[in-house]
Design a protein around this ligand. Structure first.
Ligand code: IPM
Ligand code: MG
Length: 363
């Protein structure tokens, strides 16, 4: 089969890690008889520099006419002083909204080979950790009505509204329950229903949907408690479903407890199979251009794309297996290696990592 992929290398380490992910995809294509045709498009700081805006219309058009989108990372200090609405990160919000990517899947798993990297005590993550956060991505406070009023008696006042409809809650809850059915059949819905009306609607709507999934155990937790439970006993979680802002915060926390954020992929899905795939980590401008970034999160994002959008689960498995082979054979990028190893120059570079993982792809 032939697949059209829009690629957004973006900023910082983005271009380097994208190159490696495409290397691995090409190897999958060669072994399994597919062709991937890439169209590179601009977004983020690279787009600001080239055409003066972070998300050009051409980028959206090409993404919309592709089978899937791969994004590496956007943003960097160079653009930090720009007004909020023009910053590179804004491109992410625009892509999500324009492409209708309402469901964000952020797996947080500990690779057994890297269990030492977790900041949690071994007994807490013993036997591995495998959580998926399902974050609502196109609603809530990030997209709600907002405003700034200057010169009120209290000085300037600013507000952002958290608002959810049953329709929005239903479609994200459906993704979470369907995902749980393929996993350990447990959904934890996270809200702040002791305070917020929007959360009370969230909780009620999720509970209604749970009736359609009698095999799935549903738990409701407040977001503050969830933040504690994630470090106290993360193994209690299978699928966590939550709003845009809570998911933003909790997914960062969850990624840190794995200790290896350079390994974590993500998917942002729309209706149907369309999706955008990107690593959980950012553009790491401090190490850009040095061939030392870890490309594995982007490589694993490509695997998610094969599985969720292109319907190629055997091929996705092949990538995940190749990553495990890489780790089993003791290869470590600098973020995964010990300090002494890094100081001695004893680590695997970005391009070597892509080469090795591509070479471990088998049919
Ligand atoms: C993320 C990021 C973005 C978000 C920012 C950069 C807009 O933090 O993908 O989690 O908040 O969604
Ligand atoms: Mg975030």
């Amino acid at each position: 089969m032939n697949f059209k992929i829009a690629t957004i290398p973006g900023d910082g380490i983005g271009p380097e890690i994208m190159t490696e992910a495409l290397k691995v995809l090409d190897k999958v294509g060669e072994k399994y008889g597919h062709t991937f045709t890439y169209t590179e498009v601009l977004a983020g700081g690279a787009a600001i520099d080239a055409v003066g805006e972070c998300l050009p219309q051409e980028t959206l058009d090409i993404c919309k006419s592709s089978d899937a989108v791969m994004l590496a990372a956007v943003g960097g200090p160079k653009w930090d002083n720009m007004p909020g609405g023009e910053r590179p990160e804004r491109a992410l919000l625009g892509l999500r909204k324009e492409l209708g990517l309402f469901a964000n899947l952020r797996p947080a798993m500990v690779f057994p080979q890297l269990a030492d990297a977790s900041p949690l005590k071994p007994e807490i993550i013993d036997g591995g950790l495998d959580i998926v956060i399902v974050r609502e991505l196109t609603g809530g406070i990030y997209f709600g009505e907002r405003g700034t009023e200057e010169g009120t008696p209290e000085g300037t006042v600013a507000y952002d509204i958290e608002k959810y409809s049953e329709k929005e809650i239903n479609r994200i809850a459906r993704v979470a329950f369907d995902m749980a059915m393929k996993r350990d059949k447990k959904v934890t819905s996270v809200d702040k229903a002791n305070v917020l009306d929007s959360s009370r609607l969230w909780r009620k709507t999720v509970a209604e949907m749970a009736k359609e999934y009698p095999e799935v155990e549903l738990d409701n937790l407040y977001v503050d408690n969830t933040a504690m439970q994630l470090v106290r006993n993360p193994k209690q979680f299978d699928v966590i479903v939550t709003s845009n802002i809570f998911g933003d915060i909790l997914s960062d926390e969850a990624s840190q407890i794995t200790g290896s954020i350079g390994m974590l992929p993500s998917a942002s899905l729309g209706e149907g199979n369309f999706g955008m795939y990107e690593p959980v980590h950012g553009s790491a401008p401090n190490i850009a251009g040095q061939n030392i970034a870890n490309p594995i999160a982007t490589i694993l994002s490509a695997a998610m794309m094969l599985r969720y959008t292109l319907g190629l689960s055997k091929e996705a498995d092949a990538i995940e297996k190749a990553v495990n082979t890489f780790l089993d054979q003791g290869y470590r990028t600098p973020d995964l290696a010990s300090r002494t190893a890094v100081e001695a120059g004893d680590y695997t570079t970005t391009s070597q990592t892509g080469d090795l993982i591509a070479s471990f792809i088998t049919k």
